[in-house]
Ligand binder design. Structure first.
Ligand SMILES: [Mn+2]
Length: 251
């Protein structure tokens, strides 16, 4: 009888930021978490921004994260189904992780149904009202022309520029996000819009960098997975309910 009956969700590891030592400490913590879940995990959903920067050249990938990638491979070989979402920091994942580890890559949203509960899952970038500048930028970055051009830039320069740019992002400063009024929480607004058309029990997002568990209606909740610089948060579905949990939370 299989003990693999849990579904795990986490996002926004931002591996690589802000410095090597900080990223390695976080990577070790993530590996401990993967060890903690590996016996009872049926499926693992990594909901975007797992890498602070990622690109796959024809014959090369960025250095680093070998313990994390090795541990993912171990889980995959144990029979855990792993699903990774493209985030705004790591939208350039193509076929490498599928080939090496067996990870399924999701570009945008994913709808799943488990034990009669319906989940809507998305990294969370470019949804809801506003942020028009980013939505245009996302279309450009995701175009095959842009990716083809970037692949032509020498990695020493290309990855260097990408890391410098990423160094100015919200997460690099390790500053904690604060909750806005619900009207200004754009993923709350987006979820409520979707609910008008279709029922979901759970909306699961990353991107906000703030762990949230918000009741949208009698039968729907919005869970934000937070991030792993300040919170170490993940969600687990046990076949009955979805819970937001903290890993190795300091008192
Ligand atoms: Mn992020």
């Amino acid at each position: 009888m299989s003990l693999r009956n849990k579904f795990y969700f986490a996002s926004d590891f931002h591996l690589g930021t802000a410095h090597y030592a900080q990223s390695r400490e976080r990577e070790d913590r993530i590996v401990r978490w993967l060890d903690f879940i590996k016996e009872d995990a049926a499926e693992l959903y990594l909901v975007g921004d797992i890498f602070d920067f990622w690109f796959e050249y024809k014959h090369a990938v960025p250095k680093g994260y070998v313990r994390f990638l090795g541990k993912l491979a171990e889980l995959s070989d144990l029979g855990v189904k792993i699903i990774m979402f493209k985030g705004n920091h790591d939208m350039w994942m193509f076929g490498y992780l599928k080939q090496e580890i067996g990870v399924d890559i999701i570009s945008d949203d994913l709808v799943i149904e488990k034990s009669g509960k319906r989940f809507y899952i998305h990294h969370g970038d470019g949804l809801g009202p506003g942020d028009r500048k980013y939505k245009i930028l996302k279309q450009i970055f995701r175009s095959s022309l842009c990716q083809w051009l970037f692949a032509r830039v020498h990695p020493n320069l290309g990855i260097g520029i990408a890391r410098a740019w990423s160094g100015h992002s919200r997460i690099a400063g390790a500053k904690k996000e604060t909750f806005l009024h619900e009207q200004h929480e754009w993923l709350v607004q987006y979820s409520k819009e979707v609910l008008q058309k279709e029922h979901f029990d759970y909306f699961v997002f990353g991107h906000r960098h703030l762990p949230l568990d918000i009741t949208l209606s009698a039968a729907s909740r919005y869970v934000n997975l937070g991030e792993w610089i300040n919170y170490n948060t993940y969600a687990v579905f046990d076949g009955n309910d979805l819970s937001l949990c903290y890993f190795e939370k300091e008192a």
